[in-house]
Every structure is written in C-alpha cells, then in structure tokens.
Design a protein around this ligand. Structure first.
Ligand code: SF4
Length: 213
C-alpha cells in the first residue's frame, strides 16, 4: 500500500483524464432555482432533484412565491425526497431571508450565502460556485471520505476536506474539482470502494488491498 498521500498533481492528472467535463448536474434556470435544488439535493440523487424541481416549477416561480408558502405546503410537493420537512423549512426560510435582507436576490457573495438560514456550508459553496462562478470548495461527506482516503486529512471531516483541497489547488480549480471528486466517488470511491478498478489504485494510501471489488 502506498504510504504517501496522493499528490495534487497525481489527482489532477487522473481527474482530468477521466472526467474532464464534470459539471453541476442540478438543472436550474437561475441562481434561486439552483439554491432550491442544492438544498433539496441532500441525501438523494441529482436526477431525483431535477424531477422534483420540474414539478415545483409548474407551481412556483421566483423567491416571492416560495416566501409566501408555509413550510408544510412546500413539504407536500417534496414528499418524494428524504428529509422533506427539513428541506421545506430551509427553502422557505431562505426565501424569506432573501426578501428581508437581499431585495429578493441570491447574493453574489459566499459569506452572505453562508449566513442564509437553511444553507449549510456545502450548499452555499455549490450556489456560489455554480451560479456565480465564485471559487468555493463544496465539501460534503462524500468529498470528505475521498479526501481522507487520499491521505490528505486525519479524519473524514468536510471542513478539514475543504481546507485540504483549498491548500492544494488554486481557487480557479476548486469548483470543477469538486464535481470531478463527486464523479470519482460515484464510480469508485463509494462507501465500499471499488479500488481494484480505480485509476488512483497504485498511488492511493487508502486503497483496499484485499482484491475485493
Ligand atoms: S476507490 Fe480506493 S483507490 Fe480509489 S480513491 Fe478511493 S480509496 Fe483510493
């Protein structure tokens, strides 16, 4: 098993070769829709979120429409998603906060996004990076798991993973890198990793050596 952490250059080479065009798969027509989709994406697939967003868009357009709702009303439209009650509250609270503090617009500012109720650090980074092109590392539990296995962090911790990525790559690389890490995670670096087929197998200190798929 390699004892050294994967280098940034090694990771960059593999990600660029295998997932050169990785991008956000949440479908949104504007920053607000992306914010809603990003909130809804916790613990479900982007494809499932896109289906739910298509239904939401038939009923609701714009921040004000969401802000007028009671969370229970929105929850009914989200019932196919996990954590739908929590997500409904987060979206409605975010919409109301945007009307109260940002003239109903999604702020083009990472810190302001982080201050919105209902948005975690990762969700704020997704919106900043993909709606506004602001460099931000969107590190969730999946990215944290990969970064830990690469040998960059002592534990699987999203905040530590965010810092580890940020110190190894220039800001202009952060947004696409996170999408590429997500692709790596889906293809190989799952909870039960498929190391035997992973292009990082020869250099990754976290690779399984038991030959199991
Ligand atoms: S799948 Fe295995 S080899 Fe690939 S990055 Fe994850 S732990 Fe490392």
């Amino acid at each position: 098993m390699p004892a050294q952490p994967v280098t940034a250059a090694e990771l960059d080479t593999v990600l660029t070769a295998h997932w050169p065009d990785a991008a956000c798969e949440l479908q949104a027509r504007d920053p607000w829709e992306l914010l809603v989709a990003a909130v809804l994406s916790a613990r479900t697939s982007d494809q499932q979120v896109n289906k739910v967003m298509a239904v939401l868009n038939e009923h609701l357009v714009g921040v004000e429409a969401y802000a007028r709702l009671q969370p229970a009303q929105l929850q009914g439209l989200l019932r196919k998603l996990p954590l739908h009650g929590q997500k409904a509250r987060a979206v409605v609270e975010a919409a109301r906060a945007l009307l109260r503090h940002h003239q109903g617009r999604v702020p083009e500012d990472l810190d302001a996004l982080r201050r919105l109720p209902g948005l975690g650090r990762k969700t704020a980074a997704v919106v900043a990076g993909n709606a506004w092109g602001i460099p931000a590392v969107a590190a969730d539990v999946h990215v944290a798991r990969i970064v830990h296995r690469l040998g960059w962090t002592a534990a699987e911790d999203p905040r530590a993973a965010e810092a580890a990525v940020a110190e190894r790559f220039p800001p202009a690389r952060w947004v696409r890198l996170c999408h590429q890490l997500i692709r790596l995670g889906r293809a190989h670096c799952r909870r039960m990793p498929k190391c035997h087929a992973c292009p990082l197998h020869g250099v990754c200190p976290g690779a399984r050596q038991d030959g199991r798929p």
